[in-house]
Design a protein. Structure first.
Length: 113
């Protein structure tokens, strides 16, 4: 079947299936309102998350699902590499995560009082 209407939104990777999702990989961090072009884009980003995602159209076959996020093959490779933090840095990462967990616990205790 090669009806062009069937694939009005083809998958960017295989081009043989309809894309039903977008790549969720964050390509740009926008945590500062100064980066927004106008109020509307600022408002949308607050409603939909602050960060710009890849947004490549993907079909079910071509995406990789990571913790509820869809990744295109290109960003899945980067994601795998990004997991390999050197061991000598990991101990700092663990310390800071432990501290955050401790603070969260403290806050929830205070909220319960
Ligand atoms: Zn595909
Ligand atoms: Zn992507």
């Amino acid at each position: 079947m090669n009806d062009p209407n069937v694939f009005s939104n083809p998958c960017a990777i295989c081009k043989t299936a309809e894309a039903d999702r977008l790549c969720d990989y964050i390509v740009e961090y926008n945590r500062n309102p100064i980066f927004f072009r106008d109020y509307q884009s600022f408002k949308e980003s607050v409603e939909h998350g602050h960060d710009s995602t890849c947004d490549l159209p993907l079909c079910t076959k071509c995406r990789t699902l990571i913790n509820g996020a869809d990744l295109c093959p290109y960003h899945y490779e980067i994601y795998k590499k990004a997991q390999n933090l050197p061991e000598k840095l990991r101990k700092y990462q663990r310390k800071s995560k432990a501290r955050i967990a401790q603070e969260m616990l403290q806050m929830s205790k205070e909220a319960a009082e």
